[in-house]
Design a protein around this ligand. Sequence first.
Ligand code: GDP
Ligand code: MG
Length: 299
Amino acid sequence: MEPTTFRAGYVAILGKPNAGKSTLLNTLLQQKISIVTPKPQTTRHKILGIVNSSDYQILFLDTPGLLQPKYKLHEAMMSAAYSAINDADVVLLLIDGTDCNLEEIDEDISLKILEGCKKPVFLLINKIDVLQKGKILQLISKFTEKFSFTEYFPLSALNGENVLQIVATIVPLLPVHPPYYETEQMSDMSERFFVSEIIREKIFELCRQEIPYSTTVDIIEFKEQEGKPDIINAEIILERDSQKRIVIGKKGIMLRTIGINARQDIEKFLGRYVYLELYVKVREDWRESDNFLKQFGYK
Ligand code: GDP
Ligand code: MG
């Protein structure tokens, strides 16, 4: 490798909740590191995923979904999106082609957040595996009217269509720079963070209505043991006492199921066995409290 031709840089993936940002990141990394669920707003943190090759290193920032801020938590999510744009060399705007109202495009938060952005921005129309060609062309023409995108691609984050072409187009736009991270490192987030994300994903999959949105997971102990499974103790934090009954379930069955499902995925992710203990705690209205948001790592 010629050190003078190696390229490295940051790429922010922006889009509304459910656009497919986490799916795209997972396809790019070919390993599940960012949680993917059919419900919106599951990603609250910036997640860094790294794609390595012999002549480039791309650092992907997965951002929380773009939406109009309603709670303090939402404001924190928006500022994470802005800071991702700020840190990026290239910005990818991901649009869910199956959930996009062309009449309301002027009000679109994804376009608003790009106002004044001088960086190269790619328009990515996602979910083309379930879209008609006419609709794809319509979306591209509407969006490119509103913002001067550097490139546009239809893609399927799910089946990988066009994903490699996107990477190939990003690379020449990155600065010539030595790699930022050791090349075998997939992400700079700790195992602890991914473990809490996996537990949160299981709550999203199993609990209905407002519960997943009121939940955060705090890892209180994570201990590796020589020749024995890791010990992981985690607290599931809820906003109200009435939610406890639902998360624990009849005779504790819900909590047990969350625990079993989470443990299986955690073991797959870590590549080793774990003992997982889950506790349920209530922190009244934690989403509205600066102190709790800080304590649970959102600020
Ligand atoms: P995020 O909120 O933007 O991170 O979105 P996710 O990656 O969690 O995806 C939201 C939902 O859209 C999930 O059910 C995905 O399986 C689905 N999805 C993502 N990409 C595609 C795609 O290319 N095609 C189809 N059909 N579904 C997709
Ligand atoms: Mg996501």
